[in-house]
Structures are given as C-alpha cells and as structure tokens.
Design a protein around this ligand. Sequence first.
Ligand code: SAM
Length: 301
Amino acid sequence: MGGVVIVVVGGWNQMTWELRLGVDWAFGDPVEAFLTEEGSMGVSTAVEGDRLVVSGYFPAEVERGGLEIRLMLALAAEGLTLDPGAVAWKWLEERDWAEAWKENYQPVAVGRRLLIVPSWLSVPEGESRMVIRMDPEMAFGSGTHGTTRGCLELLEEVAEAGALGRVLDMGSGSGVLAIWAAMLGADEVIATDLDPVAVETAARNAECNGVAERLRIVECSVVPEGRYRTIVANILASVLMSCAGSLVAALEPGGQLILSGILREQAREVQLAFEGEGVRLERTLFREEWAVLLLKPVERS
Ligand SMILES: C[S@@+](CC[C@H](N)C(=O)[O-])C[C@H]1O[C@@H](n2cnc3c(N)ncnc32)[C@H](O)[C@@H]1O
C-alpha cells in the first residue's frame, strides 16, 4: 500500500477521538479490520518511513481502555504483538477532522481509464485518464474504498464489452458510480439514495462533472420503477438480498448487475440469493476484504 488511503463511512462530523497506531506492514489489514469492526467511522492508512500509521475515528463516549485491550487480544489471535508505545489517542475538534480528511484525500487511479481527483486539487498535468472531480462531503463514495473501486472497475469493463444503456445506481452516495456510468456513455442514469444529504451531494458532483443532464437523482429506498440495462448497487449484503427479486426484475434481458458492499465471506450467500431470482454469476472481483459480483440474466430459450 502506498501513500495515504482514507475511507469515510459517514457521520464524520461527530467524530472526536482519533486512535493512531504505528505498526509494521504485517499489521495493516488486521488493524484496519479491527477498527472497522469496533465501529470506527473511518479508517486512514499513511506510510511513515518503514512503518504504517493506521488511524480510526471514534465518538467522544468511546471506552478507550476496553478498546485497547480488545485490540491487543485481536492481534494476539493473529500471532501479532503491538508495542504499547505504538498506540496514541488524539482529541480531534470537528474542524480538525474535516481539514485532516481533506489533506489525506489524494487523487485515486481506478481501473485502466479513471482518475478521481478531489475537487479542491488540480488535475495532474498531462493526465491522460478520464477525470471525475469529487467532493464526497458527508456521503460515502470518495473512490478509495474497495467496494467503490471494484464497482468502478466492473462498470468500465462492461462498458468496453457493450453499451451500458439505461443505468440504475442504487445507493449512490456521493454519486461517483452514477457519474462514471454517465461518462462511460450511459443513455441515462437514475441514481437513488435514502439519505437526502447524499442526494444533494451527488447532485452537486454531477453538476461539477458536467453530466447532470443525463443523471436523475432520486431520494428513495426501494428499487425504482423501470427497466435498466445496467444496475449497480453498492449497499450492505443484507439490503441487497432483501431487494434481490426487484433488482433482477428491473434488469433488461442481456443486461448486467454489479453488486458490492459484500464481505468476502458473504459473497456465496448473496450469489445464491440472486441466482434464485434468475441471474447467474459471471465474475467476482475481490478488493481488500470486499467482494464485487457481476451477474447476468439467465437466457431463456
Ligand atoms: C456503501 S455506500 C455506496 C456509495 C457509492 N455508490 C459508492 O459506491 O461509493 C451505500 C449508500 O447506500 C445508501 N443506501 C442504503 N440503503 C439504501 C436503500 N435501501 N436504497 C437506497 N440507498 C440506500 C446509503 O445511504 C449510502 O449512501
């Protein structure tokens, strides 16, 4: 892992404690997984010399002693021992966090053709990739998370194999997937999110990237009416499985369904739930601990 990766999962304006862990490279994945399981609202990883600094962000009421003990036990279970001096807590004012987050968010190259550039930074000179300017604000979808990257990569791959047609992006967050689909030539993109703040953010990002005319963003929590050649949904596995029937029913024959928000160990269960509705698994990408599924309708003769 190089440079800095930061993952924001929402609610960052309430974060007040930063837990910084200076660790060997071997600790990176288990520490990140531990912080996420403990409810960290974001995880950032920075390279400092020959070490990694992994940070988690917790609300004011976090029970810090208990969390440290659970961390030691979780690492011990992996055969790793953390030097107590490697653990540091820092109180973050709301503003500090927002600024720190902006400093850490750097351009992200995804797949073969995309570069996501924070909207407050300049596009690197001579850049040949297609560029999405992004300010996720409080919505999920900076482009750094494994689930988002995997969906962006599969969108690029299916667009190269044939037209995306009419696209549904369910759970659009910052709008990053919907914007990428529009840039890849989708006829029209319907993006939905149940969070009104995310809907507003996605609308601003669509405008900033010049695709607002082909992108309709709707606040809703169900699969919207209509048929789509391409559906992408990066939500939790449980939510995906509860919508499996309506997602498959909304798919055009010959279309494609891209799903993420699925942990590796949940991939099989999600696959079976969707295959029961009339699609078959075409391909799975794994990005960190996440799985991204590409499914296609079963051809009926
Ligand atoms: C993991 S984020 C994905 C954001 C973005 N599409 C990406 O790939 O980075 C999931 C988003 O789905 C939204 N969401 C959760 N359940 C939903 C539902 N039933 N319908 C629509 N949006 C939903 C959340 O508010 C959140 O913005």
